[in-house]
Ligand binder design. Sequence first.
Ligand code: K1U
Ligand code: ZN
Length: 172
Amino acid sequence: MIRPILIHPDPRLKKVCDPVTEITPDLRKLAEDMLDTMYDAPGVGLAAPQVGVTKRLLVMDCVKGPDLPQRPMVLFNPSVTWASEDLNTYEEGCLSIPDQYADVERPARVRVAWTGIDGLPQEEEFEGLWATCVQHEIDHLNGKLFIDYLGPLKRQMITRKMEKLKRERARG
Ligand code: K1U
Ligand code: ZN
């Protein structure tokens, strides 16, 4: 099921999300819906607050190319356990801030620990777009958006554009 994606500014996108204490059938269904919503958008990641659920859950699949097999990933309570000193700059976008892009500098490689959809602990090192995406999504779980890395003028300009977009969408 495709769920509506919240558009910035929205107080739910600024909240520090709550840890998941038990992976219930409702949360498994939410993870499935989030993957459907991410592929439909299309996007390479999605965090639970973007669909209005302020819990520490994200999904991602950074495999690009029509002939490559998908790699849908579901991460409950993800945390960065190690970050490389070398940095990488990527022109990021966000499904909650449509059609706006900006360069963001982040660690080039990160190790991330999380609980899988089967309830088992996992840990993996990510690089390239996967590393950028997992950090962008963990930021969402901490109420942080990629525009928070920009200067105040750029951030304000993008926020005003999003307010206008929301007014236009509300009018229909
Ligand atoms: O969190 C989100 O809003 C999803 C976002 C993730 C992301 C993208 C780029 C860098 C870091 C994090 C997106 O998926 S935006 C859409 C996008 O980048 C994309 C869409 C289709 C194919 C490939 C990329
Ligand atoms: Zn985003």
